[in-house]
Design a binder for this molecule. Sequence first.
Ligand code: GCO
Ligand code: MG
Length: 403
Amino acid sequence: MKIERLQTIVTCPGRNFVTVKITTSDGVHGLGDATLNGRELAVRAYLEEHVFPCLVGRDPRDIEDIWQYLYRGAYWRRGPVTMTAIAAIDMALWDILGKLAGMPVYRLLGGRSRAGLMVYGHANGRDHEEAVDEVRRHVEAGYQAVRVQSGVPGLDKVYGVGPAAGFYEPAQKGLPPEERWDTALYLRHTPELFRKVREAVGPDVHLLHDAHHRLTPIEAGRLGKDLEPYRLFWLEDPTPAENQESFRLIRQHTTTPLAVGEVFNSVWDCKDLIREQLIDYIRSTLVHAGGITHLRRIADYAALYQVRTGFHGATDLSPVCMAAAVNFGLWAPNFGIQELMPHSALTDAVFPHAYRFDKGFLVMDDEVPGLGVEIDEALAAQHPYERAYLPVARLRDGAMWNW
Ligand code: GCO
Ligand code: MG
């Protein structure tokens, strides 16, 4: 059996997605997510110009060898574009293997460890009251874990908060929008937000928060400490993590659990964070960190240090990635939680999938071969790519900051 055809499918059913489709000489096909928010076409070009020609004629079942070939063989290792391209190929090959075996991918990984994946939803409010209402709405809808983000008085736009209650999509059509940022205002208002939320929903709901790389390590330590009374499930991305040792300082100051890794693309980005137990959850995803083959290594390594998974699951991770994440999470012994930011009905129609939300969990029926996701190519073609970017952040004096 040989890889016969490789394609990218770029579609914008409300937001952009890049999908890889690999077809074998036996007529079996597999899908992989290749979406890198705001840099979509770089991955498409990488795949079409530099990867696809090397894979035609290979045995699609040689997943490990193809992974190593693309990683070692590029010479230029790692980086988000390379690792997203490798991830997409890897996911598609696992999808094919599952279809050939007549088994879901989680079975190929070692079988089910759990019935479903506990997910966290997004409660986004323009102010604290709206955020509290949104948390209540999620609890009523069955969520056991809720991420809470709120507008900050004095700031026009804040990460995680959309133009209307409940709606948030960070990428915007056109050129990158610019947002102002003020750490002092944020640090003053955030503990108060969680005091109100905890008071409203009681002790049982898991509460999460994303600081989205905005703080210095010592500011992060202070926020973690200020949030301790409200018993967060995690505080995410408190500071940029290029410098892994900066998390030592945060850890010295707070017992609030930490989650990091959505922008990482390999185990080398989190090796020290894991080995020194500086984090509690690793958020790297199948689409941006080399696919199932590499994430399995990261998860196993993390398990040695009691670090659990908490994969990124924003709307820019397509249903193909989410289907892979559900298979992975059903298996991974050290699964922790999965982010769920539901896709639009149109996106779900472009990518019909077998996973579904059920009482706070993502579940999937037993015997769906492969990843359990397809693409409606005719519908995808009706929604062509539209340039879109994530915002950028500037401080009050105009200097660039981390968005
Ligand atoms: C999250 C993330 C997202 C990212 C987005 C970037 O925790 O879900 O921080 O909101 O900003 O996925 O593409
Ligand atoms: Mg995040």
